[in-house]
Design a binder for this molecule. Structure first.
Ligand code: ADP
Ligand code: ZN
Ligand code: ZN
Length: 699
């Protein structure tokens, strides 16, 4: 007896379809079973999705079904909840379920042969080294923490934990996890962080708290820098229920966890939660969906929540009901490490080309001689964003992109940050031969050099010259380099740390008393409506790096300096008061007036082709094809436009915005329109790729 069985696979040839193919099996396989199936001459990993749909009687000769090649023995089927999560994500983000399912499984499940798999199953996992770290005293919750924990215990959620940097949010996650682990011998907890480099310190904190009681195997990590073998091992531990806590980046939202009861999304506002290729999912939004699906509580935590989450957690007013999330506030910092005093420097009153105002420099000098640490934030890496010729006006454009190549002085290269094209710096102007070519603008590399000059005469209290270090994507390219550099900062070997937004996030630098932010004005007037939101959260995060050690004896209070040509901008006013709610209210008002998210819902279609016209033609044809339905559903389709950086690596890029005040109507439109887009491919052969981005973060 043979059973037609529907199996999800991921193959580019089927990427436009659901991803389900029908195979024959001589036994009935449970949905969620992992199998290997033949396709052409290859064998693919697949997930049994259920019985195959009945054969269409009108179809011509029934197809000869091929048989499932093998079943991955020894693995419990993936749960119905997991399959539902995958199905939802695929539908919502306009991809095939096969792609989403297979992309979220560890690659070794696919790559190991049947024999290798059998051997892998035999292997008893080596128990991790016992944790011999001394038992740490568990702090008694503060009143704010106790209140928040009581609410989390009693209410359904989802919760938005709006807690200042240093207010003890992580301690709340630890306590909430602890309560669950103690109550239910199977309960599993998923904790997500936005970036890999934030995982080690969080992992350490969770391990220190839970390993003594639940053993070192109770916690596993899930992120892209694990080796394939580690990833499989950790995935299996979560899938079997042995790992009680999974800690990871956005990919972890798809972890198979049969007893999931709590999901924590730390720094929920961070754009890194949005996947930027393939299925462009938001792990934060999927966490909310998954929590609801599985009956797990969800805690989103942030000092500067996304405006979406802030809006969803609005309290009830006389005219409107409350949002869907429950907002829990923790305004105080634990141990009274006060938030820094914000000082604004009006750059209009500084001499032309001033990099550091004298006031700021004096303040830095004073603190350095006292042995305090300083952070200088500049969101632009490299030495200078452009190299140019004073004679003929030549600029270091990238020949493959509509962007300038950045001058990196250290290795004397011109490097394109979009396509990676790198060349040595020319000795003379490539156009006119002039020897006098010079940098325009300033990046972190140059800032580091400039600061070394400005502070050359400053010594630490021990008489040693001060040390300046730089942390950005260039200085940390080598594996382990970021950890090494951060350790130096933590150990106090570095006095001034220059860097991009990488230094603003999450790190617990103990002796920082002054943070300076340079060149932030661009975001105030950006065409991207989310730029102010990102700037505000970056500056609040950076401010949170100062004054973390309440025991430090301070001669003068911690400070955050902002140099700007628009010092009275409302964003800086709100920053000065550390008043996120005021900032959010002002931004939400603007968004509501302009009907921007969260008051409307958006999607983008992006197309890439060898020439701009072909890319736009495709999009405009798609617009025509969808026009009638869009009209009916009150969905707005905008004309195709070139992307901000229109050409990357010789590929022209265009995009088209789709907007609607109803999420449901937008979803309905996209679901129907997708078939049109696929059908149009053959008439637009010049289009290399196209993709839909639902709830895009950058427009
Ligand atoms: P956040 O995650 O909000 O930045 P943390 O949880 O990291 O805050 O807490 C900041 C600091 O305060 C940490 O050093 C932490 O150990 C300490 N801390 C948190 N809660 C308490 C508490 N209830 N009692 C004493 N110290 C605490
Ligand atoms: Zn020239
Ligand atoms: Zn380039």
């Amino acid at each position: 007896m043979s059973h037609p069985t529907s199996v999800m696979v991921h193959t580019p040839a089927h990427s436009g379809l659901s991803g389900a193919l029908t195979y024959e099996s001589d036994i009935v396989l449970d949905p969620g079973t992992l199998v290997r199936v033949p396709l052409g001459s290859r064998e693919l990993l697949g997930v049994v999705w259920g019985d195959a749909p009945p054969v269409d009687p009108a179809a011509q000769a029934p197809l000869q079904l091929r048989a499932i090649a093998s079943v991955l023995e020894g693995l419990a089927p993936l749960s119905a909840h997991w399959r539902q999560l995958v199905q939802f994500a695929a539908r919502y983000y306009q991809r095939s379920a096969g792609e989403v399912a297979l992309a979220s499984l560890p690659s070794q499940l696919r790559d190991l042969s049947a024999e290798q798999w059998a051997r892998r199953l035999m292997r008893k996992p080596k128990p991790p080294l016992a944790n011999d770290a001394p038992l740490q005293a568990i702090p008694k919750p503060t009143d704010e923490q106790a209140h928040v924990l009581a609410e989390i215990g009693a209410q359904k959620g989802p919760f938005l934990l709006f807690g200042n940097t240093g207010s003890g949010k992580t301690e709340v996650y630890l306590r909430a996890a602890q309560a669950l682990l103690e109550r239910d011998p199977h309960a599993q907890i998923l904790v997500m962080v936005p970036e890999i480099n934030l995982t080690p310190q969080l992992e350490e904190r969770f391990r220190a708290r839970f390993a003594p009681q639940w053993g070192p195997e109770c916690l596993v990590a899930m992120h892209s820098s694990l080796t394939p073998a580690q990833r499989l091992k950790n995935w299996l531990a979560a899938h079997s229920g042995e790992a009680r806590i999974v800690l990871g980046t956005r990919m972890a939202v798809f972890a198979s966890m049969p007893h999931l009861q709590l999901i924590v999304v730390d720094e929920e506002h961070d754009p890194s939660y949005k996947q930027q290729e393939g299925a462009r999912y938001s792990a934060r939004d999927l966490a909310i969906y998954r929590g609801q699906l599985e009956g797990a509580k969800v805690i989103l935590g942030s000092a500067t929540p996304s405006l979406e989450s802030w809006h969803h957690s609005r309290p009830a007013t006389t005219s409107e009901p409350a949002g869907r999330y429950m907002r829990l506030a923790m305004p105080s910092r634990v141990g009274q490490g006060a938030l820094p005093l914000v000082r604004r420097v009006d750059m209009n009153r500084q001499p032309y080309k001033t990099v550091f105002s004298n006031h700021l420099l004096d303040a830095m000098r004073e603190r350095l001689t006292r042995g305090e640490q300083i952070l200088v934030l500049l969101n632009r890496r490299g030495y200078a964003p452009v190299l140019h010729c004073n004679d003929c006006g030549w600029k270091s454009e990238c020949p493959h992109c509509s962007a300038f190549r950045v001058f990196h002085k250290l290795d004397r290269t011109l490097r394109c940050h979009h396509c990676g094209f790198t060349q040595p710096v020319p000795r003379a102007c490539p156009t006119c031969g002039n020897l006098d070519i010079s940098p325009l603008g300033r990046g972190t590399e140059q800032l580091e050099e400039h600061l070394a000059d400005l502070l050359a005469d400053v010594c630490r209290p021990d008489g040693e010259p001060i040390r300046i270090a730089r942390i950005d994507a260039d200085s940390t390219r080598l594996k382990g380099e970021l950890e090494r550099q951060l350790a130096e900062v933590h150990a106090g070997a570095v006095d001034v740390l220059v860097g991009t937004q990488m230094i603003a996030k999450g790190h617990d630098f103990r002796r920082v008393t002054l943070v300076a932010a340079l060149n932030t004005d661009g975001a105030l007037f950006s065409s991207d409506f989310r730029a102010p939101e990102r700037l505000f959260s970056l500056l609040m995060q950076a401010a949170g790096r100062a004054g973390r050690d309440a025991n430090m004896q301070l001669v003068s209070p911690c400070e955050m300096w902002v140099q700007s040509h628009h010092p009275l901008h409302p964003l800086f006013e709100a920053l000065k008061q550390h008043d996120y709610p005021a900032f959010a209210e002002q931004q939400l008002k603007e968004r509501e007036q302009a009907t921007l998210p969260p008051f409307s819902f958006q999607a983008l279609v992006r197309a890439e082709a060898r020439n701009q016209e072909a890319a736009q033609d495709f999009l405009n044809a798609a617009r025509d094809a969808g026009a009638a339905l869009a009209d009916e559903l009150l969905v707005d389709l905008y004309p195709a436009v070139p992307m901000t950086i229109q050409r990357v690596a010789n590929i022209e890029r265009a995009q088209m915005l789709i907007e609607c005040t109803s999420r449901k109507a937008l979803q309905h439109f996209l679901a129907h329109w997708q078939a049109d887009l696929h059908a149009m491919r053959s008439a637009h052969r010049q289009v290399i790729r196209w993709a839909v981005d639902v709830d895009p973060l950058a427009i």
